[in-house]
Ligand binder design. Structure first.
Ligand code: KIV
Ligand code: NA
Length: 265
């Protein structure tokens, strides 16, 4: 199989082909997602919520992200694997940001990193790029800043923040980012950004005027049944399917139906 590279993604934007992206945190799920033909698997720091049960993405550590990323990389034959740099691993000190990005690349085998923020983290982004590590940006609702925002509502509804977001996107492109995630902003603003920069814009809750879409895989598969924002389309209800399967197993064990003659040695 031909691997998806940052060049392939740029060609997709140039030709108007939409880019598909999902999160992945473990080997088994990544195998399914990759064999279905996804373009990008994001080892998101949403692992902090989805995998570890934390309320925010802030607690997950660099070592934990590397563990998840390595598990995904071992499963993947085609997709580009992008790894989130966790909170505290890139802000403020660009030398530390570079050494942490290098750790992710060396220890997990991931293909690129993603950082939340614009002009305020541009030094870290530039320094990581000097090592030949591809960087994906992330603007709009940036969950690592949740305690600054105070809520998970739509970002950049007012003119000032919208203007800053466009400037941040241009700065990320100028610095050399290969793509940008836009999270939970008005569709019209996301479309404006996708036209204002030449690199791919991947949206989540950012409408259809962008170059690709990303969702958290546990949300779109309906494994997590406690999260139903407007932007989420659920493609399955695996919570119910899995729960019913487990209930059947329990029933069969208790009744003595499992194992039967054919299921023993
Ligand atoms: O961590 C994550 O899942 C993300 C996506 C929502 C873009 O950053
Ligand atoms: Na993230």
């Amino acid at each position: 199989v031909k691997r998806v590279t940052t060049n392939v993604l740029q060609e997709m934007k140039n030709s108007g082909a939409k880019i598909s992206m999902l999160t992945g945190y473990d080997f088994s799920m990544a195998r399914i997602i990759d064999s279905a033909g996804i373009d990008i698997i994001l080892v998101g720091d949403s692992a902090s919520n989805v995998m570890a049960g934390h309320e925010t993405t802030l607690p997950i550590t660099l070592d934990q992200m590397i563990y998840h990323a390595g598990s995904v990389v071992r499963a993947v034959e085609r997709a580009l694997v992008v790894v989130d740099m966790p909170f505290g691993s890139y802000q403020g000190n660009s030398k530390e940001a570079l050494s942490n990005a290098i750790r992710i690349m060396k220890e997990s085998g991931g293909h690129a990193v993603k950082l939340e923020g614009g002009i305020e983290i541009i030094e870290s982004i530039k320094r990581i790029l000097t090592a030949g590590i591809p960087v994906m940006g992330h603007l709009g609702l940036t969950p690592q800043s949740i305690y600054k925002f105070g809520t998970y509502v739509v970002r950049a509804k007012e003119e000032g923040e919208a203007q800053r977001l466009i400037e941040d996107a241009k700065a990320l492109e100028e610095a050399g980012c290969f793509a940008i995630v836009l999270e939970k902003i008005p569709a019209s603003l996301a479309e404006t950004v996708a036209k204002a920069v030449s690199i791919p814009i991947i949206g989540i809750g950012a409408g259809n005027g962008v170059d690709g879409q990303v969702l958290v895989v546990h949300d779109m598969l309906g494994i997590n049944n406690e999260f139903s924002p407007r932007f989420l389309r659920k493609y399955a209800n695996l919570y119910d399917i899995m729960k019913e399967a487990v209930e059947s197993y329990i029933e069969d064990v208790r009744s003595g139906d499992f194992p039967n003659q054919n299921e023993q040695y």
